[in-house]
Design a protein. Structure first.
Length: 462
């Protein structure tokens, strides 16, 4: 049984670019569009920007340098943010971290050039940069549905404490992470894993938490002795039925060495981040799991005997849900062979890390040979079918399942968002559909603003 609901929706703004979602992709999309002179509005459901970097308590940005730690592959607005945070001792630039085996990622030998950040300064900085660029920022505003006419979105209905409202717009950047706007507008979608026998499967989610007063020297000594993911210790605890979690434990050291953020999975089974009941259940069970895991850490894990829990994240960490069917779908073979995309608009230096059904390990395809220590993100995988004035950025772009592990990482989302916001402003000024844009002109604009598209060359000469 379904009931119909009707409401009057006042038009609260008429903009050139409407950015839906204030995570890393949405932040840079809004800033880039506004700096291009487009009248821009950014709506976010939470009371702060940053997404998983702030609300999700994931205080570590990875993948902005090549996998071997040799050179940067992401700059532009991302670098501007990092440098401003570093100026107030609220971040460490990747150039100052170890090329490999960084302490900020549990001393894992394949991680390096990370960027640890402090949450509260980041929230304040995101506010300031968005507002200073001329964006109208609206918190506590949930998207409800787009209004579509003739394959074009005319605006989006939203809901806030003010009730149901309507925002008219010429273009949309879907930075919701779940492709909410694209899906509601009728764009074709991919959902979860695509493999036969597991179609639609989505990986377990995680809830992050913060612990203070960790003895980081004891933690370091244990990791550097060889058990950097605590597999040996976990196997011992499992034999005693004292570890009901995943196969590995990763403690992420933060800027203050005695402060760690840790992730726990509320369930080791698949998790549907599009289902509000599952999200609710995940938060409740997640906090219970955190409580239980902290007790185990204090009893058995080096460095945690006197540590204390100070915070759990207010949002769940969801790796992937919907992905658009774009004008191009980046394949695993593209990554392995190092495909050179003529329409590249961003790069990523992260690894492969998508999970496998029935197996609590991640698909560590970083062990597979591939041609380049970074991957290219083509413009076409941000542009969906059917809707002409919509572009996506972030973990909802058009890629194979395994490729999402490389592209969903936050620095890559900042880079994609900058490209999407720049493209949106160009589309408005030219009166063009996203698929009709001059890609070389877009690339020139991105390079002029500091983006990296050719990491082994001087980008100012491109």
């Amino acid at each position: 049984m379904k009931e119909k609901f009707y409401a009057e929706a006042p038009v609260i703004d008429d903009v050139d670019v409407l950015v839906c979602g204030g995570g890393p992709a949405g932040i840079s999309a809004a800033i880039a569009a506004a700096r291009q002179g487009a009248k821009t509005m950014l709506v976010e459901a939470q009371g702060n920007l940053g997404g998983m970097a702030t609300s999700g308590l994931i205080g570590l940005l990875m993948g902005s340098w090549s996998r071997d730690g040799a050179y940067p592959v992401i700059s532009g607005i991302f670098d501007e943010i990092v440098n401003k945070l570093a100026a107030e001792n609220a971040a460490l630039p990747a150039s100052q971290d170890a090329p490999l085996g960084t302490r900020y990622a549990g001393y894992a030998p394949w991680h390096g050039r990370t960027v640890p950040i402090e949450f509260e300064p980041a929230k304040r900085l995101f506010d300031a940069m968005v507002i200073e660029s001329g964006v109208r920022l609206r918190y506590f505003t949930h998207t409800v549905a787009p209004k579509v006419e003739n394959n074009e979105i005319k605006g989006v209905f939203v809901h806030s404490k003010n009730g149901v409202e309507f925002i008219q717009t010429k273009t949309i950047v879907d930075a919701t992470g779940d492709a909410d706007i694209a899906a509601q507008a009728g764009c074709p979608m991919l959902l979860g894993l695509e493999e036969e026998g597991h179609k639609g499967w989505m990986p377990p989610a995680s809830l992050a938490y913060i612990m203070e007063d960790v003895d980081y020297q004891a933690f370091k000594a244990y990791c550097q002795a060889g058990d950097y993911r605590f597999r040996d210790l976990i196997n011992q605890l499992r034999e005693k039925n004292e570890w009901p979690y995943g196969n590995v434990f990763i403690g992420f050291e933060m800027l203050t060495p005695t402060r760690f953020f840790i992730k726990v999975e509320p369930s080791l089974e698949e998790f549907n981040g599009l289902d509000t009941d599952e999200l609710t259940d995940g938060m409740i069970k997640g906090r219970e799991k955190v409580h239980d895991q902290v007790a185990i850490l204090k009893r058995h894990f080096p460095g945690f005997k006197k540590a204390r829990l100070v915070q759990t994240a207010p949002v769940m960490g969801v790796r992937t849900t919907r992905r658009i069917v774009g004008q191009y779908k980046v394949s695993v073979e593209d990554i392995r062979s190092g495909t050179n995309f003529p329409d590249k608009i961003a790069l990523s230096g992260y690894h492969w890390d998508m999970a496998t059904p029935g197996d609590k390990e991640q698909r560590m395809l970083n062990k597979v040979e591939h041609a380049k220590p970074y991957a290219e993100i083509p413009y076409r995988c941000l542009v969906p079918h059917t809707i002409t004035n919509l572009i996506a950025a972030g973990r909802s772009i058009s890629v194979d399942w395994d490729v999402m592990g490389i592209f969903r990482i936050m620095p890559a989302c900042f880079a994609m968002g900058e490209a999407a916001g720049t493209a949106a402003a160009m589309a408005v000024s030219q009166g063009a559909a996203f698929i009709e844009l001059d890609i070389q002109a877009l690339q020139r604009e991105l390079l002029q603003n500091g983006a990296i598209l050719f990491p082994e060359q001087d980008t100012t000469q491109e």
